[in-house]
Design a protein around this ligand. Structure first.
Ligand code: N2P
Length: 370
């Protein structure tokens, strides 16, 4: 037998082997899979199908609506998740608790498109950008039903946290419904800012002062919840929410799609507000690490990142995606803030254990009165 024939036989054998192996894998149900745990309303779901079509990796996709929900699972360990998306402060504590594995950037071919400014901001939570890659970043503000607010307040502009923290103002919205994020970090930060105190203060006295202001909300707030406000606003069931920018614009778009005449606006109050970052990380005990990298890398593709922003109305971390983001999104100052708006934004650092306990206790009191 000459070398040529030998080669052909070897080739045929290896093709047969590969076919047999994948047949066995299919019989055993060993389709490649990645388990992703992300915030609700935070992706273009068509992107997930496309990822599977292209890579053959099935996505098991679960959602949550608070960092607290994610953290409880992460600290217990063995989540079974390969990719999770904690916000900056929580990420920092979780890194310290050792729940993540370092990210090997050489596995992320699209990391080159990441936005240097965003990575720098993220580095304050993840020094050296070792454990995380930013997914989206955003503000906390006031979303409202333009018509219903006008009926109640006339032409008075909604441009200040007074709207939320002055009971006599908020009371005028209570008949049509107000929701507030069930997110103590967001609410304590903006309440401190409203009081003209360092929004990042961990002093017990400051926290208590903020708590007193927050406790006044309960009388006029229908629900503390971090995702239901999107549909509630879109359907006209409520007229105001303290919420996240992208969610507010998703509500606006859902109302437009439904053609129900509801118009939703979102404002970053003039006193300024919290800016947060949500970030991809891989748990130390992730069962499918290669698939986790494939998933994150796919999300960092400029066209894909843009599609996620176009659907969610949140700003993504990929600078190279900007040309693909719809004008209505990328030119919206409340989503991609200009410099003047940026100057009114602040970030916060994680709570130490004692402050966390105090905040958790006070937040329960804010919500329940007990
Ligand atoms: C997505 C909300 C994500 C922003 N609906 C809060 N991390």
């Amino acid at each position: 037998m000459n070398g040529h024939a030998m080669k052909r036989i070897l080739m045929a054998v290896s093709v047969a082997l590969v076919t047999a192996t994948s047949a066995v894998a299919q019989v055993k149900g060993q389709q490649k899979v990645v388990h992703v745990y992300n915030w609700s309303d935070y992706i273009d779901t068509k992107v997930l199908d496309e990822f599977t079509r292209e890579t053959g990796i099935k996505v098991v996709y679960d959602t949550y609506e608070s960092n607290e929900m994610l953290e409880t699972k992460l600290l217990a360990g063995n989540t079974g998740y390969d990719v999770v998306v904690p916000s900056g402060t929580f990420l920092q504590r979780q890194i310290q608790a050792g729940v993540f594995q370092p990210i090997d950037r050489s596995n992320l071919s699209n990391a080159k498109g990441l936005w240097p400014d965003v990575m720098k901001r993220l580095a304050s939570y993840d020094p050296g950008n070792r454990f995380a890659v930013n997914y989206m970043w955003f503000t906390t503000g006031i979303a409202y039903n333009v018509e219903k607010v006008k009926q109640r307040l006339g032409d008075k502009p909604i441009d200040s946290w007074d709207m939320i923290f002055k009971p006599e103002l908020l009371k005028r919205m209570s008949d049509c419904g107000v929701y507030v994020l069930d997110s103590p970090e967001d609410l304590f930060a903006v309440a401190l800012r409203y009081l003209n105190v360092n929004p990042d203060s961990k002093k017990p006295d400051d926290i208590r002062k903020a708590s007193a202001v927050l406790a006044r909300l309960r009388a006029n707030v229908k629900k503390f919840h971090s995702s239901e406000y999107i549909n509630a606003l879109a359907n006209g069931d409520i007229c105001m929410a303290v919420g996240w920018a992208g969610d507010a614009f998703q509500a606006r778009n859902r109302a437009r799609d439904a053609g129900n005449g509801v118009d939703i606006a979102y404002v970053i109050p003039k006193e300024g507000t919290l800016m947060s970052l949500d970030n991809f990380a891989i748990p130390k005990d992730a069962p499918h690490v290669a698939e986790a990298y494939a998933f994150i890398d796919f999300m960092l593709r400029p066209e894909i990142a843009a599609r996620n922003s176009n659907v969610t109305n949140f700003a993504n971390s990929v600078l190279a995606s900007k040309p693909f983001v719809d004008k209505t999104v990328v030119e919206n100052n409340a989503i991609y803030p200009d410099e003047a708006t940026m100057n009114r934004l602040f970030t916060v650092t994680p709570y130490d254990l004692a402050t966390q306990r105090l905040v958790t206790r006070e937040w329960t009191r804010v919500k329940t009165g007990r």
